[in-house]
Design a protein. Structure first.
Length: 240
């Protein structure tokens, strides 16, 4: 898919202000992870290699140092989201700890779940994480396919989903994508029309490209989830 370099000094016409007091909080889905497991045994050069588009620094996903400072990002701590018309934001919250463990974005008929993780400076996490995802989905009875996507290697899967009423299980199609950045790793899970429609896929991929990861300067163990937070205006909103 051909992409053109964007001028980061000019805001796009799609950018809109949003009312962050309406941010929805929901329980985490089965796709959420708190930390990525370190592989056993000796280091593997192939698994440790970074995986990211060659134009990542120019077209995203961005490191905080690469983002346009004048754009009206929604600050969620470990990530910043660029608002756009038709975008709905959900924060997946762990009930026991009240900790935000993932950001869900509904846009143009698709959903995108993002999680930022701390990563080593010189090595990546996506190759080893893909192996863990394949193993987990296969163990649950799902099917997976490794493909070369617009961000590099990705997983397209049929993921088993238990029915809420306990009547049985079905499957949903999901795309697992990942980007190794400078001292961070960004994992995304795409569902909905972005798994089957080229037009919808391009829109949700552009949304993933626009995400800014805020690694911060604090020491963090590699593979730990970078802390997420409620947007300031939503945090200050009175409870209903």
């Amino acid at each position: 898919m051909k992409r053109t370099k964007k001028d980061k000094s000019v805001a796009t016409t799609e950018e809109k202000s949003v009312d962050t007091t309406d941010v929805e909080t929901v329980p985490p889905t089965d796709d959420v992870v708190d930390a990525i497991e370190a592989p056993d045994g000796e280091p593997d050069a192939d698994l440790d290699a970074k995986s990211a588009p060659v134009d990542r620094a120019e077209n995203g996903p961005f490191d905080e140092s690469e983002a346009n400072a004048v754009r009206p990002y929604i600050d969620l701590g470990g990530v910043k989201i660029l608002p756009r018309e038709g975008l709905n934001l959900r924060l997946e919250v762990e009930e026991s700890s009240k900790r935000i463990v993932a950001v869900g974005l509904d846009y143009a008929g698709s959903s995108l779940q993002v999680q930022p993780f701390a990563a080593p400076r010189s090595t990546g996490l996506w190759h080893e994480t893909r192996s863990q995802i394949v193993e987990q989905i296969t163990r649950q009875g799902g099917t997976v396919e490794d493909v070369d996507g617009p961000f590099g290697p990705e997983i397209r899967a049929q993921v088993p989903v238990a029915a809420a009423d306990g009547s049985g299980a079905s499957t949903r199609v999901a795309r697992f994508v990942g980007i190794d950045g400078p001292r961070w790793f960004l994992r995304g899970v795409i569902a909905g029309e972005g798994t089957s429609s080229a037009e919808a896929a391009e829109k949700i991929e552009d949304l993933f490209r626009s995400v800014v990861v805020v690694r911060g300067t604090q020491p963090m163990p590699p593979r730990d989830l970078i802390p997420l937070k409620m947007p300031a205006s939503a945090d200050a909103a009175p409870a209903e």
